[in-house]
Ligand binder design. Structure first.
Ligand code: SF4
Ligand code: SF4
Length: 138
């Protein structure tokens, strides 16, 4: 996946890992079995994006006069209200087509992705469920 849900996003604070490292790790990561970056940081964006992307008003929280965030992510234990499912098992974004810019920026295997997975206790080298099943059968 290039970007989560079937790839997704976030947060623009961390430096991006070396592209070659990200590309090597990406095949081992599956956003639809993860969701860490929707549950690890505040997902903030310029307030006008809400209108541009048609974000549901009830899913937005105003942070400052210039910035808003996805509701649920401005908390000590963040979790975006648009995230459905169980972290690390099966998740999806209920507003994928309308997600804000931070959610379009994170790439599987980049620094932000790896930091989120680390924060949520998801090892980047944990095999995907299909691979675990195959290993168990062998
Ligand atoms: S932390 Fe990485 S693997 Fe997990 S959903 Fe985000 S981009 Fe995908
Ligand atoms: S809007 Fe979607 S992609 Fe963005 S943080 Fe929320 S659940 Fe994740």
């Amino acid at each position: 996946m290039a970007c989560r849900w079937p790839l997704n996003s976030l947060k623009s604070t961390a430096a991006v890992a070396a592209p070659e490292l990200a590309s090597q790790l990406a095949p081992q990561l599956d956003c639809q079995h993860c969701g860490a970056c929707c549950s690890a940081f505040r997902v903030s964006f310029y307030w006008a994006e809400a209108d541009v992307f048609g974000l549901p008003e009830e899913m937005i929280e105003r942070v400052t006069p210039l910035y808003s965030c996805m509701a649920g992510t401005n908390a000590s234990a963040p979790r975006c209200v648009a995230l459905t499912g169980t972290l690390g098992e099966g998740v999806s974004c209920s507003i994928y087509a309308q997600r804000p810019s931070p959610c379009r920026e994170v790439q599987t295997g980049d620094a932000q992705c790896l930091r989120a997975r680390s924060l949520k206790g998801l090892d980047v080298l944990t095999p995907l469920p299909g691979l675990r099943d195959a290993a168990a059968r062998s």
